[in-house]
Write a protein that binds this ligand. Structure first.
Ligand code: NAP
Length: 302
């Protein structure tokens, strides 16, 4: 078991879920959990200084520049946080004989494959965000330390800003929503990611290194995900004796009808067979995780 874990980006969705899970765990591990004000990944010197001071034996790095559309006009900042910083974390981990767990994205793929992606499929990011995240993976690899890179996708949860929260807000304001139906992926809750991560940590020192897909199971379009959010939320509201959300119709639209600065892959499906094979982890279905996230959101709003 690890003596000291350094966790970055604790105000993000995954960072927050990991911090809560690690604090609730029985691990005899010291946790140093830092937000952007305590460890700014855009500041190379600060990264080296903080890691050398803390001397962790495991670094977990969910922090990232995640503003996908804004990244198109902020290449340098996105590159320093997503590409340069992971390489520095790996180099500093090497000095300490420490390990690194890092997060990456489905946006490293071009989305043209007809089935779910495997970890060794060719990458071809369509966006600046995807390019910088891929460069981050590539910066870690040659350092040669034991590392795990988890490519996740469509992350949401009760905590943070995400698609589920946006749909709930829009569904309480508008009678009709228009949602993209030609991008497929797997909605993945930050808590499902954290639970998988805890199982991996419980298994002790990892003996393998490399890229793993880490998403809930099942698949959906954004349109289907929005429908499920409204359906499940209305069921919870009914149980609580509340009226349903205002929204009456959810209409499917195409990506062309919802232009964004960054291009997104049409197919974001990630095969998690390698995670099952190497870590014996079976991810829950996305709808099961959605119900959990909505329930905890409702509970916190009561
Ligand atoms: N969200 C998704 O749908 C998605 C999909 C695929 C992959 N991923 C990957 O999964 C990981 C976790 O994503 P997430 O959804 O948890 O992201 P998130 O909610 O956007 O959180 C990202 C965190 O990174 C922090 N951060 C940004 N710039 C930083 C800097 N210069 N120094 C230190 N921290 C900085 C942010 O700090 P502030 O809170 O101060 O802004 C935020 O807390 C990331 O690697 C992301 O690329 C996410």
């Amino acid at each position: 078991m690890y003596q000291k874990i350094l966790l970055t980006g604790i105000n993000g969705q995954v960072g927050h879920s990991l911090q809560v899970a690690l604090q609730a765990s029985q691990f005899p591990t010291e946790l140093i959990a830092l937000d952007r004000t305590q460890l700014d990944l855009a500041n190379a010197e600060q990264i080296r200084e903080v890691v050398r001071t803390i001397q962790p034996d495991l670094i977990i790095n969910p922090a990232a520049y995640t503003a996908v559309d804004k990244a198109e006009s902020e290449y340098d900042l996105a590159y320093s946080i997503n590409a340069i910083a992971p390489g520095i974390l790996a180099e500093e981990a090497a000095r300490l004989n420490a390990k690194l767990i890092h997060f990456s994205t489905d946006y490293v793929y071009n989305g043209r494959k007809l089935e779910a992606y495997q970890e060794d499929d060719a990458t071809q990011p369509l966006s600046v965000y995807g390019k910088t995240k891929l460069a981050g993976e590539e910066a870690i690899r040659p350092v040669g330390i034991p590392h795990l890179i988890f490519r996740t996708a469509w992350v949401y949860g009760a905590y943070g800003k995400n698609f589920m929260k946006t749909i709930l807000r829009l569904a309480s304001e508008q009678e009709t929503l228009y949602i993209v139906a030609d991008q497929m992926g797997t909605p993945t809750s930050s808590n499902a990611i954290a639970e998988a991560m805890m199982q991996i940590l419980q298994q002790g020192d990892f003996k393998v290194s490399g890229v793993y897909h880490l998403v809930n199971s099942g698949q959906a379009s954004w349109f289907e995900f929005a429908q499920a959010i409204v359906e499940e939320s209305n069921m919870l509201r009914q149980r609580e004796g509340k009226t349903g959300l205002l929204v009456k119709h959810i209409q499917p639209i195409s990506t062309d009808q919802y232009p964004t600065p960054a291009r997104r892959p049409a197919n974001s499906l990630l095969d998690t067979g390698k995670l099952l094979q190497d870590f014996d982890i079976e991810m829950p279905h996305w709808r099961e995780s959605l119900i959990k996230e909505l329930s905890s959101l409702h509970a916190s709003n009561l």
